[in-house]
Structures are given as C-alpha cells and as structure tokens.
Design a protein around this ligand. Structure first.
Ligand SMILES: N[C@@H](CCC(=O)N[C@@H](CS)C(=O)NCC(=O)O)C(=O)O
Length: 110
C-alpha cells in the first residue's frame, strides 16, 4: 500500500496516525465519539517505522504538524484546522481536549 502523500478527505475529521500508544489513545477517543454521537472520521496510516520514507517528516505533513510526529487530526469542517501536541500538552492531550471541549460538544449543544 502506498504511503500517504497528502490529505484526502474533503469534510469531517481526518486522522493521521500509526499503531503506537499515542496514536491508539486518539483512535479510541474517535471510536467512542463515533459510537456516542455519530461523529465519523477518516484515517490515513502513517508508517513512522520506515526510515526511508519518513512520511511524518515530509513537507505536506510538517505543514500540518511541525513536529513531524503522529498523531495529528485535521478538521476539514473548520477550514482544515490541524491539531497536534504542543509543548504544554503531554500524551496527545491536545487532541483529546479539542474534541471534548470544543468541536463536538459545541456543535451538539449550541
Ligand atoms: N507527546 C506527543 C508525542 C508524539 C510522538 O512522540 N509520536 C511518535 C510516535 S508515538 C512519533 O511520531 N515518532 C516518529 C518521529 O518522531 O519521527 C503526543 O502524545 O502526541
């Protein structure tokens, strides 16, 4: 399977991740949100273990996440707003906060 070369979704949440604990945490959250609220999402698998490709360090990816790491989400319904960890957050916390404090709850209960 070819490695991702850019974003593919036109709407909703696009999740860029790999099979690691940091990726799994966001994956679990997205599945829970889908189950509870019907919030669907698309996924692109980033092979961070392939040192020849280094997809997470490619310009299209670092334009979204300058750290060049997974996980990253892009909210296409909010003009392609990208969320990833910051220096202040640990363990994918910013992605969890994004869903629990803004997007989903605001859209649902506003
Ligand atoms: N604190 C960050 C850590 C992200 C992180 O370290 N991601 C690793 C995989 S778990 C990664 O992308 N490694 C590939 C690389 O650094 O090139 C978070 O939880 O989001």
């Amino acid at each position: 399977m070819a490695e991702p070369a850019g974003l593919v979704a036109k709407s909703g949440i696009e999740f860029l991740s790999a099979g690691t604990p940091n990726g799994h945490k966001v994956s679990v959250l997205l599945e829970e949100l889908k189950e509870a609220y019907g919030k669907d999402y698309s996924v692109q698998s980033i092979n961070i273990f392939d040192n020849d490709k280094k997809t997470q360090k490619q310009p299209w990816y670092t334009a979204l996440n300058p750290k060049g790491r997974i996980p990253t989400i892009v909210d296409h319904d909010r003009r392609g707003f990208a969320v990833f960890e910051t220096a202040k957050a640990q363990m994918s916390g910013d992605l969890v906060k994004y869903f629990t404090q803004s997007t989903l709850l605001c859209d649902r209960y506003a």
